[in-house]
Design a protein around this ligand. Structure first.
Ligand code: ADP
Ligand code: MG
Length: 348
C-alpha cells in the first residue's frame, strides 16, 4: 500500500471454457474501479493454467498470450522475474479452476485476502450434485434429481433407466455436475433421446445429473455480503432458444433480460429470501448469483443453482441487478473489496 492506494490483484483468464468471458469481466472491473482509491495489477492465467503479469486485461487475447508464463508451483523450473504482490486479490475466473475453490485454496495457502467465496463454498457452488443435496437437506426447493457416476452407469444402467422412468416425466434435463455455460446439457424430450443425452453429459464429467425439467420463467437474484448478506431485486431472462444453452449465452446473444423482473411483491420477497438462504446454505461469502425457476403453471419457485463468480461485465446480470437496487458498478467493486478485507480480519 506504498502509494496510499490499495493494490488489487485482478486474476483472470483461466483454464475453463469461460476464458474469454473472464477477460471481459476483468476488463470491466479494470475500467470501472475507482482509481483514486485502488491500483490494479493484472494477473492473466492462460488456457494451460500458467500465469503472467500483463499491463491490463484490455490488451487483447493475442497480446495477453505474448511473453513468458510461469507455473503456480514455486519449485517449478521457471525462474520468476515478475512479482504480483497485492493487498487484495480479486479472482474473476469463471468455471472450473477458478470458481471451484482451486485458486481460493492457493490464496488461502498464501494467507492473503481475496474477494468472494472461500474454498468450500466455491467447490459446492461448482458441483451441481453436492449443491443440490445441500439445498434439499436445508429444505430449500429444488426440482427432483438423481446423480449418476460413470462407474455406476457402466454397471447398473438398467437400474437407472428404470428409476428415471418411474420418477420423471419428459422433458428431462441431463447435465454434467461440474461445469457451466450449459456445456454438455441436453433437454431430453423423449425416451429415445435419453441414453445418448446421458452419454453426452458423461463426455464432460464423470458425475452427471438427471433432472426433472420444468416449464418455467428463469429468475435470478444477486447476493452480497458476508455474515449478513443482502439480496438485490430479482431479474429475469427470457431465452431465445429452446433453453438457455451455450449458443444463446455466448454466440447468438438473443436472450432478453428484464431488470427488475416483473413479479408480484410477495414473489420478489420470497425469491430474495431464498437467494439469501441458498447463499448461507453453502456458507458463501462476498458475492453470488442465485438462479431460479418459476414454474409457469403452478407459480412454484425452485432454486436451480448458485454461481459464486457470476458474469461480471457492466452489462452482466449480477451487477445490473445491483444497479437496479441502488448500488452502482464501481461501488459494488468497492464493497466486494471491503468484504474481502473484513473476512480476512475476522478469520485472523
Ligand atoms: N430442470 C430444468 N428445467 C428446465 N430448464 C432447465 C433445467 N435445468 C436446466 N435448464 C435450462 O438449462 C440452462 C442451463 O442449466 P444450468 O443448470 O443453469 O447450467 P449452467 O451451470 O451451465 O448454467 C438453464 O438456464 C435453463 O434454461
Ligand atoms: Mg445456469
Amino acid at each position: 500500500m506504498k502509494s496510499g492506494k490499495i493494490k488489487i490483484g485482478l486474476i483472470f483468464g483461466g483454464r475453463s471454457a469461460e476464458h474469454e468471458i473472464s477477460i471481459l469481466s476483468a476488463s470491466s472491473v479494470y475500467k470501472n474501479i475507482n482509481k483514486e482509491k485502488f491500483e490494479v495489477i493484472s494477473i492473466y492465467i492462460n488456457k494451460n493454467g500458467y500465469w503472467r503479469v500483463v499491463d491490463s486485461p484490455l490488451i487483447g487475447l493475442e497480446n495477453l498470450n505474448k511473453g513468458e508464463f510461469y507455473s503456480f508451483l514455486p519449485w517449478a523450473d521457471s525462474k520468476i522475474i515478475e512479482h504480483f504482490e497485492a493487498d487484495v486479490y480479486f479472482p474473476l475466473l469463471h468455471g472450473p479452476y477458478g470458481e471451484d475453490g482451486t485458486i481460493q485454496g492457493l490464496l488461502e495457502m498464501a494467507n492473503v485476502p481475496y474477494v468472494g467465496a472461500g474454498v468450500l463454498a466455491s467447490s459446492l457452488g461448482m458441483d451441481k450434485a453436492k449443491m443440490k443435496f445441500i439445498f434439499r437437506a436445508k429444505g430449500l426447493p429444488v426440482v427432483n434429481f438423481i446423480i449418476i457416476h460413470d462407474w455406476q452407469w457402466k454397471k447398473d444402467r438398467d437400474f437407472f433407466l428404470k428409476k428415471i422412468k418411474e420418477e420423471f416425466k419428459y422433458p428431462i434435463f441431463t447435465k454434467p455436475s461440474n461445469l457451466g455455460s450449459s456445456i454438455g446439457i441436453t433437454k431430453v424430450k423423449e425416451e429415445t433421446q435419453l441414453i445418448p443425452s446421458i452419454e453426452q453429459a458423461f463426455k464432460y464429467d464423470r458425475k452427471i445429473l438427471v433432472e426433472q425439467g420444468v416449464i418455467a420463467r428463469e429468475i435470478e437474484c444477486s447476493v452480497l455480503g458476508n455474515e449478513e448478506p443482502q439480496a438485490s431485486l430479482p431479474g429475469e431472462l427470457i431465452p431465445y432458444r429452446e433453453f438457455y444453452d451455450y449458443r444463446d449465452k455466448y454466440v447468438e446473444g438473443k436472450t432478453e433480460f428484464k431488470i427488475p423482473a416483473p413479479l408480484e411483491e410477495d414473489q420478489i420477497k420470497e425469491i430474495r429470501r431464498l437467494a439469501i438462504e441458498a447463499f448461507k446454505a453453502i456458507e458463501c461469502e462476498g458475492m453470488a448469483r442465485v438462479d431460479f425457476f418459476l414454474e409457469k403453471e403452478t407459480d412454484k419457485i425452485f432454486i436451480n443453482e448458485i454461481n459464486t463468480i457470476p458474469g461480471f461485465t457492466e452489462i452482466s446480470m449480477y451487477p445490473k441487478m445491483w444497479e437496479a437496487s441502488g448500488i452502482s458498478y464501481p461501488k459494488l467493486i468497492e464493497i466486494l473489496i471491503e468484504l474481502a478485507l473484513e473476512r480476512y480480519k475476522n478469520k485472523k
